[in-house]
Design a protein around this ligand. Structure first.
Ligand SMILES: Cc1cc2nc3c(=O)[nH]c(=O)nc-3n(C[C@H](O)[C@H](O)[C@H](O)COP(=O)(O)OP(=O)(O)OC[C@H]3O[C@@H](n4cnc5c(N)ncnc54)[C@H](O)[C@@H]3O)c2cc1C
Length: 409
């Protein structure tokens, strides 16, 4: 039962991404009044390909937005939907992440954010969470019984102070809340000496089925095309590099082209690089992991990439952001009169899962972009063995299902 006092509590959530909206729904379910501030002038709707793992799918259900989530898993075909292209341009079937028996969902980031948006806007104005666009915090000061935040409206340049009972920093890997309250980025960002570029393609690589996934992976650089059921595929390019460039210095497309030079005699690589030039926008960034001993300090707590960015190789950032936001709401509901006990319980419950995922990202990195020719060869042998077993089982299920449903496939 939530006390009258708890019903009045207000939280400032910084960031309208997956973590911020999940936390806002969790807070509202715990009887709090969240207010979201977002730096951008409007809600982003685009985004790259995301594998949503069962933890994320469960959190979507816990947040009450499962009916709003649009998933785009391609229908599985005997022989699989994922292909690897070797140095001589030959394709062979490979184990795709969607072949995992655990039920991974293929979505775009915009699909998750659209479902969360439905959740925070609610059934009517009374339920809706207040969202202020083009607004950022510029100063956070904790005092007795509350946090004073100096907010700035980018449109008018106006600054104003407002009091909250809790501040939730959900403003991504380069979080400004973390910088203001916990310290500089250098204290928390572990540099993985690698770059990522991701974008939505207009068209599939010629000669592949629309929903196929295609991988061209060589030591230290790899290009993945992720196929979707009802959308053009997304490209995901990554390379290892010692010198992380200033991502804002010089055109990113040139940097990507230089990183893949020598591979561009392959038609898949050529098509993807050409698509990058045609794409209206793309993500280009260095890869880091955020490591923190503690995710909260007094009345300020971090969630999602701001707190524990696992990075793109883990493929668990969205799932963990959803789970983290939902769990924060549960902890606050279970400790309505003791914020510090709620934050302790939340972190104790979540930390082992986050640590496990952060550690496993190193192994997954080898899968996505091998560090050497030996790692590439070993990975290929192991994955091929697993693929044979998994695909045999899936083919049997496929045949049984076709027979049962009477569909001629
Ligand atoms: C290419 C790529 C592929 C990925 N693939 C996967 C995958 O397959 N599976 C998976 O689970 N995860 C994946 N991820 C990770 C996943 O996208 C992130 O972990 C997740 O989106 C993090 O959400 P977030 O809300 O914490 O941060 P963000 O998405 O970074 O959102 C932060 C929000 O805060 C806002 N903001 C920033 N600063 C301020 C400020 N000062 N004031 C107000 N607002 C501010 C931003 O505008 C933004 O809206 C991938 C990431 C990338 C880059």
């Amino acid at each position: 039962m939530i006390g009258e006092e708890a019903m009045q509590k207000r939280a400032l959530v910084v960031g309208l991404g997956i973590a911020g909206m999940s936390a806002a729904i969790g807070l509202r379910r715990a009887g709090w009044t969240p207010v979201i501030v977002e730096r951008a002038a409007e809600r982003r709707t685009e985004g790259y390909y995301i594998f949503l793992f069962p933890e994320g799918v469960r959190a979507v259900a816990d947040l009450g937005i499962a009916d709003h989530l649009h998933t785009r898993n391609p229908e599985w075909r005997p022989g699989g939907n994922s292909w690897s292209v070797d140095r001589r341009g030959r394709r062979k079937p490979v184990l795709g992440l969607l072949d995992a028996p655990s039920g991974v969902a293929a979505v775009l980031r915009g699909d998750i954010e659209a479902a969360l948006w439905q959740g925070i806007t609610g059934d009517g104005a009374e339920d809706a969470v207040e969202v202020r666009f083009a607004t950022t915090p510029v100063e956070i000061t904790e005092g007795a019984g509350g946090v004073r935040v100096l907010l700035e409206d980018a449109g008018s340049g106006k600054q104003y102070r407002e009091g909250f009972d809790l501040v939730v920093g959900a403003d991504g890997m380069r979080s400004s809340v973390r910088r203001m309250v916990f310290g500089p980025d250098e204290d928390y960002l572990a540099n993985w000496k690698a770059m990522i570029c991701a974008f939505q393609m207009k068209e599939q690589v010629p000669s592949y089925e629309a929903s196929d996934s295609v991988i061209v992976s060589r030591p230290k650089r790899a290009m993945w095309v992720f196929g979707l059921a009802d959308h053009a595929p997304c490209a995901w390019l990554t390379y290892r590099t010692k010198g992380i460039p200033d991502r804002f210095a010089g055109p990113s497309i040139e940097q990507v082209r230089a990183a893949f030079s020598g591979m561009d005699d392959d038609p898949v690589v050529r098509h993807v690089l050409h698509s990058l030039e045609q794409a209206p926008d793309h993500v280009f960034d260095s890869i880091h992991q955020v490591r923190m001993r503690r995710w909260s300090k007094g009345r300020v707590v971090l969630v999602g990439d701001a707190a524990w960015c696992m990075n793109t190789y883990s493929a668990m950032g969205s799932s963990s952001s959803l789970r983290g936001g939902a769990a924060l709401g549960v902890a606050l509901r279970e400790h309505p009169d003791d914020l510090s006990a709620a934050l302790d319980a939340w972190e104790t419950g979540l930390r082992p899962y986050i640590t496990r995922q952060q550690r496993s990202a190193r192994i997954k990195q080898q899968r996505f972009v091998p560090s050497s020719r030996l790692a590439e060869a070993l990975g290929s042998v192991v994955l091929d063995l697993i693929r044979r077993v998994v695909h045999r089982r899936m083919a049997a299920e496929y045949t049984a299902w076709s027979a049962l449903s009477g569909t001629a496939r």
